[in-house]
Design a protein around this ligand. Structure first.
Ligand code: AMP
Ligand code: MN
Ligand code: MN
Ligand code: MN
Length: 308
């Protein structure tokens, strides 16, 4: 392991690894429905002993989540899900165990905050032109103090009676190629990985099958991710069947030998990508890694042999 890199802080207690582990979920600090407190409390009820809160482009929910985690006796890893570009494609990079005061991370967040505000205005202008009056005020009200995103527009459209559910709002107005799909100059993946690692965190490629990439493109993404010193890939995330899990494992095998990055083979992460109780995503804490992969949390184990 790179000795100058400060991964390993804090070390995990043995107790943290005794129950369910969920390293990807959202609160009201971004597009989740539950407050950080309610989220942690729900995780505890689901048997989670190690949880990472990974809100989109913000760490604003972490203090509250940490306080509740202390009260409930579970381990909380400070995390984030950063929006980034790989070429012209949007990818999500999860940062785990980040120092949220690190300058590189603070800057990464500030930049995205600005981009998200500008994008929200553009989305609203486009929607309003199509007759959806009040879109910006409506989405902002639903975002509250949290980071604004397309799901807030989707929920507003549901509340206003324009569509019956958020999925339809994405399908018709907000998803890829629709009017609300505004191109944003998000920072690129290499810079994003570097910001996470400068903040002492592990950089994890989120939900690799969610980008609509062909196998060949996905392999190229993984090779670039390795080369940029990415640490891990979500082998299990959100709604995913076992066939898809095997597909990711097979891709990892393919990039392992020729393209092992500066930090060696990619590690495996997992998460529910939980946003709300009645979601089509996986339930909070209901995730398990397949056998034969090295978990990302080995980076924060006490036994130094486990991180070789
Ligand atoms: P944004 O970060 O604002 O670009 O919005 C992306 C978020 O929208 C994702 O993190 C999901 O929470 C949500 N999302 C993406 N696609 C869909 C969909 N088809 N239906 C419902 N929610 C979606
Ligand atoms: Mn989301
Ligand atoms: Mn995501
Ligand atoms: Mn997510």
């Amino acid at each position: 392991m790179d000795p100058e890199h400060s991964l390993g802080r804090p070390l995990l207690t043995e107790q943290a690894l005794t129950g369910q582990i969920d390293l990807h979920c959202h609160s009201t600090a971004s597009d989740g429905i539950l407050s950080p407190t309610a989220l942690v409390s729900r995780a505890k009820s689901a048997g989670v002993t190690l949880l990472a809160l990974t809100d989109h482009d913000t760490v604003a929910g972490i203090d509250e989540a940490e306080a509740e985690a202390r009260a409930q006796g579970l381990t909380l890893l400070p995390g984030i899900e950063l929006t980034a570009l790989w070429g012209r494609r949007v990818v999500h990079i999860v940062g785990l165990n980040v120092d949220r005061r690190a300058t590189a991370l603070v800057q990464a967040i500030r930049l995205r905050d600005q981009l998200r505000r500008e994008r929200a205005q553009q989305i609203a202008e486009r929607l309003e032109k199509r007759g959806f009056a009040g879109a910006l005020a409506g989405a902002r009200a639903l975002a509250g103090e949290g980071v604004i995103g397309r799901p807030h527009f989707a929920r507003w459209m549901v509340e206003a009676g324009y569509v019956s559910d958020s999925g339809k709002a994405f399908k018709r107005y907000l998803g890829a190629g629709k009017i609300g799909d505004v191109a944003v100059p998000w920072p690129d993946m290499v810079e994003t990985i570097s910001a996470i690692r400068s903040a002492g965190g592990a950089a994890v490629l989120a939900h690799p099958l969610k980008y609509g990439l062909t196998r060949t493109k996905l392999r190229a993404l993984l090779v670039d991710f390795c080369a940029a010193a990415g640490d891990a890939v979500e082998v299990v995330c959100g709604q995913q069947n076992p066939v898809q899990t095997r597909e990711i494992l097979s891709l990892l095998d393919q990039v392992r030998a020729p393209a092992a990055g500066p930090r060696g083979p990619l590690l495996a992460s997992l998460g529910s990508d939980f946003h709300q109780p009645d979601q089509p995503w996986r339930a909070l804490g209901c995730v398990r890694l397949p056998a034969g992969v090295e978990p990302v949390w080995n980076l924060w184990q006490t036994d130094a042999n486990q991180i070789q």
